[in-house]
Design a binder for this molecule. Structure first.
Ligand code: C5P
Length: 241
């Protein structure tokens, strides 16, 4: 069993829509947070130093930059991400087996060189912004989203990746096919009372964990709440069995 019994360890706070100053300010109001997600927006505005800064504050970092490139570039990026101290790193599984294998090996090498614990590489399968109509029309892909997600998750598993990112809708079937310790990290989380925003397929935190998520990613319902600490606590409380 890879999961800690501490529910706080299962919640990853997404630091979207903010610069480093704002991110650190909100985190100073959230002393119990363990995991944070740094996406492209924060990374591009603040640079790699933000990962070190967060780690220096004792936080664990999910670096969600969704690398997709030729194998050598993906490997180089993953090695450097691991050296920075990111413990979860996303890469696109449609980059192919060679790229996935090289990225995985490079990440382990980077962490080892830096004396850090081995990171988990997570595969991105199909972004939630795609739907079947669009994927058929623009990319001429005839698979259903579920078929494509399954296929890309299998590719990633065979390449030795630790897990993948998936929407709540895909959780149950992926968990059936890929038992723990395969890591399933799920955005699209909404506590019951909060607004839907642009998250189309949503689950509550406890529904997602019961459906097989290893960890959940939640952003705006906490970061934009009047009382972020209270929202975070309520979210963690709801995960206690
Ligand atoms: O909506 P929320 O602020 O909780 O988003 C948290 C994370 O969920 C985002 O950083 C993004 O990676 C992901 N997301 C998604 N699909 C959307 C909106 C957000 O996968 N439509």
């Amino acid at each position: 069993m890879v999961l800690s019994l501490n529910p706080t360890d299962k919640v990853i706070l997404a630091l979207d829509g903010m610069d480093s100053y704002e991110a650190l300010a909100i985190l100073s109001r959230l002393p119990d947070v363990i995991w944070v997600k740094v996406g492209v927006e924060l990374f591009v505005s603040s640079g790699p130093g933000i990962v070190r800064e967060l780690r220096d504050r004792g936080l664990r970092v999910f670096l969600d930059l969704k690398f997709h490139d030729i194998p050598a570039s993906m490997a180089g990026a993953c090695k450097r991400a691991a050296k920075l101290g990111a413990e979860l790193i996303t890469i696109h599984s449609c980059a192919g087996t060679k790229a996935l294998i090289q990225a995985q090996a490079a990440a382990l090498e980077g962490a080892e060189e830096a004396g850090l614990p081995p990171p988990k590489l997570l595969a991105v399968t199909v972004l939630t912004s795609w739907d079947e109509g669009l994927i058929a029309k623009e990319l001429l892909i005839r698979q259903t989203i579920q078929e494509r997600v399954d296929m890309l998750a299998s590719l990633s598993k065979k390449a030795g990746l630790a897990g993948c990112v998936c929407s709540p809708k895909e959780l149950r079937s992926l968990r059936q096919r890929f038992p723990e310790p395969f890591h399933l990290v799920t955005p699209g989380i909404r506590p019951k009372a909060s607004e839907l925003g642009d998250q189309v397929r949503v689950m509550t935190p406890s529904e997602a964990i019961k459906a097989g998520a290893s960890r959940i990613v939640i952003g705006r319902p906490i970061t934009r709440a009047d009382d972020p600490r209270l929202e975070f606590e309520k979210c963690c409380q709801s995960l206690k069995i």
